[in-house]
Design a protein around this ligand. Structure first.
Ligand code: ADP
Ligand code: MG
Length: 330
C-alpha cells in the first residue's frame, strides 16, 4: 500500500518560561493513501500538538527533531510561505474547537471566502462560493447558510460548515481533531458518515482522525495509533487493537470502554488509576511505568525507553514485554 505520510522520530516541544514541554517526543508512524488513521489517548498526551504541528508550527511550539514526509516531500521544516501554499490544497486540518473559533461577526460566506483566499489567490470569490454551496448541499445544508452567522447555527450545522471549508480544495490529507467530541450522538454519526462520503468522492484521500474516544474510532478508522505522554505505545488494525490490545496501556484503555459490539471481559468503566507524567520533566524510561501493572523488567522499564517494534506484521508496540526474549508475557 502506498504511504501518503511518513513520520520518523518526530519531536515537537513547547518553549515555556519553566522549560520545554516535550509534548510529542520521538513518534514514528505512517499513514497509507486512502485510509482513516485514528489517533487516540488520554487528554494531554500530545494528539493536538502532533496534528497542529504538521500544519502550523508556531511559537511557543517548536520543531525539536525528526522527519515528516508527505507524498515524498520533507515538510517538517518548510518556511511558512511554502507551507502556506500546501495548506488546504495538500494537507488540511479541522482544529480542535474549530466550531467555537468561527468569527461571530462574519457571515459564513465571508468566513469561507477569506479562509480559502488566504491560501489560494487564484480562485475567484464566485468560484469559491459556488463550490461551497455545492458542497453544503451535499451535506444537507441549504445555500441560505451562506448568509447566516455562526451563532445562528446548531453545533451539528457548524461542524458541517467547518468540514466543508477544510476540504474545499480537496486536500490529500485531512487532520480531524476531536470533531465529534462536542456533538450529540446523532450529529457524531452524521460527521462520521460525511467523512466517509468525502473520502468516497475523493475530496480527501486520507484522514488522521484524532479523538480521546476510541469507540468513535471503531466506527471509522482502518488503523489506530495509541499515544501516551508524548510517545506512541501501539499501532495496529482497528479490529486487532480493539479485540486484542497488547500494550498494557491499550489494554486498560479498552477495558475502560463500555461495550460496543465487541464482547469485553469487563463491561464497567474501570478507569486507569494514577496520572500521566509531567511532560516538562518526563521520566527517563517508559512513560507508563508509574501506572503499569506489568513492569516486565522493572529496572529496564524505569530507565530505558522501549522502542516501537513491529511485533507482528502491521502491529507495532513500544513495551519491553514485547521485545525479543520477553514476548511471553503479553
Ligand atoms: N500552547 C501551549 N503551551 C505550552 N504547553 C502546551 C500548549 N498546548 C499544549 N501544551 C501541553 O502539551 C501537552 C500536550 O497537549 P495536547 O497536544 O493538547 O494534548 P491532547 O490533544 O492529547 O489533549 C500537554 O502537556 C499540554 O499541557
Ligand atoms: Mg487535543
Amino acid at each position: 500500500m502506498a504511504r501518503l505520510l511518513d513520520v520518523k522520530e518526530y519531536k515537537v516541544y513547547y518553549q515555556t518560561l519553566k522549560g520545554q514541554i516535550r509534548a510529542v517526543d520521538g513518534v514514528n508512524f505512517f499513514v497509507n493513501a486512502d485510509e482513516v488513521f485514528g489517533v487516540a489517548g488520554e487528554s494531554g498526551c500530545g494528539k493536538s500538538t502532533l496534528g497542529n504541528s504538521l500544519i502550523y508550527l508556531k511559537a511557543p511550539m517548536r520543531y525539536a527533531g525528526g522527519n515528516v514526509i508527505l507524498d515524498g516531500m520533507e515538510i517538517s521544516r518548510l518556511p511558512d510561505e511554502i507551507m502556506k501554499k500546501m495548506r488546504f490544497e495538500k494537507i488540511s486540518i479541522i482544529p480542535q474547537f474549530a466550531m467555537d473559533a468561527m468569527s461571530p461577526t462574519k457571515k459564513i460566506k465571508n468566513i469561507v471566502v477569506d479562509l480559502v483566499r488566504e491560501h489560494d489567490k487564484k480562485m475567484s470569490e464566485k468560484d469559491i462560493i459556488d463550490l461551497a454551496i455545492k458542497r453544503f448541499k451535499m451535506v444537507g445544508l441549504s445555500e441560505n447558510v451562506m448568509n447566516m452567522y455562526s451563532i445562528e447555527l446548531s453545533g451539528g450545522m457548524k461542524q458541517r460548515v467547518v468540514m466543508v471549508i477544510s476540504t474545499l480544495l480537496n486536500p490529500r490529507l485531512l487532520i480531524a481533531d476531536e470533531i465529534t467530541s462536542a456533538l450529540d450522538v446523532s450529529s457524531q454519526k452524521f460527521s462520521v458518515e460525511m467523512l466517509d462520503e468525502f473520502k468516497e468522492k475523493k475530496f480527501v484521500s486520507s484522514v488522521i482522525f484524532i479523538t480521546h474516544d476510541i469507540s468513535v474510532l471503531y466506527q471509522i478508522a482502518d488503523r489506530i495509533m495509541i499515544m501516551y505522554a508524548g510517545h506512541v505505545v501501539e499501532i495496529g488494525n482497528t479490529e486487532d487493537i480493539v479485540s486484542k490490545p497488547l500494550h498494557p496501556y491499550t489494554k486498560l484503555l479498552i477495558s475502560s470502554l463500555p461495550k460496543m459490539g465487541v464482547q469485553f471481559s469487563q463491561n464497567r468503566l474501570t478507569g486507569i488509576p494514577g496520572y500521566p507524567p509531567n511532560l516538562l520533566n518526563p521520566p527517563t524510561g517508559c512513560r507508563f511505568y508509574d501506572r503499569c501493572p506489568l513492569r516486565i523488567d522493572p529496572q529496564k522499564c524505569k530507565n530505558e525507553i522501549p522502542p516501537l517494534v513491529e511485533y507482528m506484521p502491521g502491529r507495532y508496540i513500544a513495551c519491553w514485554a514485547y521485545t525479543k526474549g520477553n514476548d511471553k508475557n503479553g
